[in-house]
Design a protein around this ligand. Structure first.
Ligand SMILES: Nc1ncnc2c1ncn2[C@@H]1O[C@H](COP(=O)(O)OP(=O)(O)OP(=O)(O)O)[C@@H](O)[C@H]1O
Length: 275
């Protein structure tokens, strides 16, 4: 269970990125956080593993207030939370398998990690994680030889290799084309279902949120302005979250058989656009 209790974040300079946010996320949930650029989605996500320090409030992960953790305890928390970024954050000159093994570093003695000597079972686990995202055949290729979608799947495999309880994905498909976006979202969703890993994904595409989320949390101006099951969400909900009419660029497209709203947008690109 992840719980935010009255969490606020004010950046140096005075921007209030989170305003009194309270919410609970249950184990195994697949939650998509939506909101326009600047709504506070990244800040919210990164407070959970303390990549960003909240200014006020409590964030409990399985009952432990993460704001109180230091040193080894904080490292332990982070080892339980896999992170996937928009820009993949791979070591591009290293092989795919070495990138995935980096997910084992928190579980490896420092000297072994420095030498790159990972136990055989870690190598087996890394290959298994690559297999689960369909790119085991790329294990020995240099990361920068892969397409963007493949690199993002390496990042998911690295997160999986941590054997995490939680995966945080911050705009994981923002740099990808529509079909690849669906491959990556499907991978995250399948892993969530198969392993019961609590997964929180920041997105700004309406159709992807509707197609993959169990629950949608809408943010605007640092506040949670919507929180409910994806099944009950309509275009009007998004208009309320965004504070403006929905536009064509709010949809990733390339969806078949997904939510009706997503299908409409895919069939009629450009409609409703203010551009
Ligand atoms: N390091 C920082 N210093 C100062 N202000 C920041 C910093 N990081 C984010 N902000 C500001 O905090 C607000 C929330 O940003 P945040 O990145 O959390 O939003 P977001 O919804 O994830 O949007 P985006 O998708 O554009 O990143 C914005 O006004 C942003 O400019």
């Amino acid at each position: 269970m992840i719980e935010f209790r009255h969490v606020s974040k004010v950046y140096p300079g005075g921007v209030r990125a989170l305003r009194d946010v309270s919410l609970k996320i249950n184990p195994g949930e697949f939650v998509v956080i939506v909101g326009l650029s600047g709504a506070g989605k990244s800040t919210l996500l990164r407070c959970i593993n303390r990549l960003i320090e909240p200014t006020e409030g409590e964030i409990l992960v399985d009952g432990v207030d993460v704001r109180k953790l230091k040193g080894a305890e904080l490292r332990r928390l982070r080892s339980q939370i896999g992170m996937v970024f928009q820009t993949f954050n791979l070591v591009k000159r290293s092989s795919v398998i070495k990138n995935v093994l980096a997910g084992r570093l928190a579980h490896t003695p420092v000297w072994r990690g420095l030498l790159g000597w990972f136990p055989r079972e870690d190598v087996r686990l890394a290959l298994e994680c690559l297999d689960r995202v369909g790119i085991a055949d790329k294990a020995w290729v240099r990361a920068d030889q892969l397409s963007g979608g493949q690199q993002q799947r390496v990042a998911i495999a690295r997160a999986l290799a941590q054997r995490p309880k939680i995966i945080l994905a911050d705009e994981p498909v923002a740099s990808l084309d529509p079909p690849t976006s669906h491959v990556v979202m499907s991978d995250l969703r399948r892993i969530n279902r198969e392993d019961g890993i609590t997964t929180i994904v920041n997105l700004h595409f309406i159709d992807l949120a509707l197609a993959y989320a169990d629950r949608i949390i809408g943010m605007r101006n640092g506040q949670v302005v919507f929180d409910g099951p994806a099944a009950g969400v309509t275009e009007k909900t998004f208009e309320e979250i965004y504070g403006r009419p929905v536009r064509a660029e709010d949809f990733r497209g390339g969806v078949e058989g997904a939510a009706p709203l997503a299908r409409e947008a895919a069939l009629a690109p450009g409609e409703g656009s203010s551009r």
